[in-house]
Design a protein around this ligand. Structure first.
Ligand code: NDP
Ligand code: BG6
Length: 504
């Protein structure tokens, strides 16, 4: 296809250029091969290919440069892979874009642990590079491992042996790995060492898709570009911080996977803590927007988290979870957890960071709630006051709102709780918010590692949770049953109250 036929709007960057320069990534060109390993699987069809399609539709993947390869053991033709994923690609109405995108995809079948399949993959990539007349040095190869972590080491070894880009003159080979990255500190470190022997840290992109969410990405701007918040963001003013993830559905066919991991490994250790939400709320100001400077600050704050005590943990398991035939009848795996983290530093000493996540609850929501201390010497105390609370809703319906007390309109001097409300749907009508995976894949192509997890971040995140996880695995901390569709165990609300959270 020539560039003249390329009908989608051509755009050069998602970010403004000054930010891109600051964050250290350089625009690159040349032949780009994106390889989705595990292309027959769930993540690939639901997230990876749709994100690639969206990037293509918006003009971020130039068909003159890009080819997409699926690789897995399942025997499929190119057309069978395309049929599998077609239904997950939005904008079906744009049949032209859809069919051109699908034509960019080729499928290679082979095992994950033998050179033969990867040599065929390499040949397919090279043919594409030659057909695009790419000079050897400018070939860019992105390998996305949409695979169970058990095969990461052998797949990385095969890529290193058979599929690296063929020249030092430019271009690159990058590896994207999915969570869960390990099951505890030792296994994560072992995995890091195995992959680290093959690839430099600058080639490894550990994805945590929460880092790609719009309002997570907004946290730095919010905290450090607004004078409002600077003097308030500390133990003198903040009573507690809650970071909440709720889903109103259960493990839904993923019981086997989930039972091995549980809610802390599936959600809390990564999406809510590791490099993501807690770090961005609690970290100090980085010296610049360079990815390494930001990640340095995240590591520092994680290193200040003190060990979790069992008194500050409530685990739950929804009734019916064990009906899944892949879940053992005596499973203690938590599908719900509330845990309090304490940060031992000058800014946060004494402020509980309450992390809460659960499946099969009464709603689907992810939000950060920052609750402020009561007003000292409050002259309105005879009237019931709510507390000031700043809420950042990551999903659904992105929003930020500030709960505050105002005078009830009218003749009486009555107070009432109200909100300063920045709901994105209303304020930014017509602006479409990119999917997390879209942004992150684009970052990998640009070589921007800011929103990916560095090895030392991962290590310290596992250090925080591993002792608790081992106690849970041994059955020393029990999961309390809760009704599907409820708020989770009542003990979790009691813990919140004990930590000083006041329902406003
Ligand atoms: P799948 O179970 O669908 O596996 C993906 C592919 O890997 C399968 O199609 C299969 O391909 C191959 N595979 C499966 N089991 C094995 C095995 N034991 N040994 C070797 N190959 C195997 O996984 P998902 O797509 O759900 O997830 C992929 C990765 O992404 C995982 O690390 C997961 O934790 C992570 N992830 C998934 C999310 C999701 O929503 N699904 C969300 C966030 C992260 P074949 O047999 O054809 O080779
Ligand atoms: C995944 C978890 O990482 O995130 C799933 O493995 C969870 O259990 C999912 O459902 C939630 O992602 P999102 O973006 O829908 O909140």
């Amino acid at each position: 296809m020539g560039s003249g036929e390329w009908h989608v709007e051509k755009r050069s960057t998602l970010r403004n250029d000054s930010f891109v320069k600051e964050s250290g990534s350089a625009p690159e060109t040349g032949c780009l091969s994106i390889v989705v390993l595990g292309a027959s699987g769930d993540l690939a069809k639901k997230k990876t290919f749709p994100a690639l399609f969206n990037l293509y539709r918006q003009g971020f993947l130039n068909p003159d440069e890009v080819h997409i390869f699926g690789y897995a053991r399942t025997k499929l033709s190119d057309e069978e892979l395309r049929d599998r994923i077609r239904g997950y690609l939005v904008d079906q109405k744009n049949a032209d874009a859809l069919s051109k995108f699908l034509q960019l995809i080729k499928y290679v079948s082979g095992p994950y642990d033998s050179e033969e399949g990867f040599q065929r993959l390499d040949r397919a990539i090279s043919e594409h590079e030659i057909s695009k007349r790419s000079s050897e040095g400018s070939s860019r190869r992105l390998f996305y491992l949409a695979l169970p972590p058990s095969v990461y080491p052998s797949v990385c070894k095969m890529i290193k042996t058979c599929c690296m880009n063929k020249s030092d003159l430019g271009g690159w080979t990058r590896i994207v790995v999915e969570k869960p990255f390990g099951k505890d500190l030792d296994s994560a470190e072992q995995l890091s060492s195995q992959i680290g022997e093959l690839f430099d840290e600058s080639q490894i992109y550990r994805i945590d898709h929460y880092l790609g969410k719009e309002l997570v990405q907004n946290m730095l701007v919010l905290r450090f570009a607004n004078r409002f918040f600077l003097p308030l963001w500390n133990r003198d003013n903040i009573e507690n911080v809650q970071i909440v993830f709720r889903e109103d559905f259960g493990t839904e066919g993923r019981g086997g996977y989930f039972d091995e991991y549980g809610i802390i490994r599936d959600i809390i250790q990564n999406h809510l803590l590791q490099a993501s939400v807690l770090c961005l709320v609690a970290m100090e100001k980085p010296i610049s927007l360079k990815p390494e400077h930001i990640r340095d600050e995240k590591v520092k704050v994680l290193q200040s988290v003190v060990p979790i005590t069992d008194e500050e943990v409530v685990l739950g398991q929804y009734e019916g979870y064990r009906d899944d035939p892949t879940v053992p009848d005596d499973s203690n795996t938590p599908t719900f957890a509330t845990t309090i983290l304490r940060i031992h530093n000058e800014r946060w000493e004494g402020v509980p960071f309450i992390l809460k996540a659960g499946k099969a609850l009464n709603s689907r929501k992810a939000e950060i709630r920052i609750q402020f201390k009561d007003v000292p010497g409050d002259i309105f105390r005879c009237q019931k006051q709510g507390r000031n609370e700043f809420v950042i809703r990551l999903q659904p319906s992105e929003a930020m709102y500030m709960k505050l007390t105002v005078k009830q309109p009218g003749l009486e001097m009555q107070t009432v709780q109200s909100e300063l409300d920045l709901s994105y749907g209303q304020r930014y009508q017509g602006v479409s918010i990119p999917e997390a995976y879209e942004r992150l894949i684009l970052d990998t192509i640009k070589g921007d590692q800011q929103h990916f997890v560095r090895r030392d971040e991962l290590k310290v995140a596992w250090e925080i949770f591993t002792p608790l996880l081992h106690r849970i695995d041994k059955g020393e901390v029990k999961s309390i049953p809760y009704k599907p569709g409820s708020r989770g165990p009542k003990e979790a609300d009691q813990l919140l109250e004990k930590a000083g959270y006041l329902q406003t």
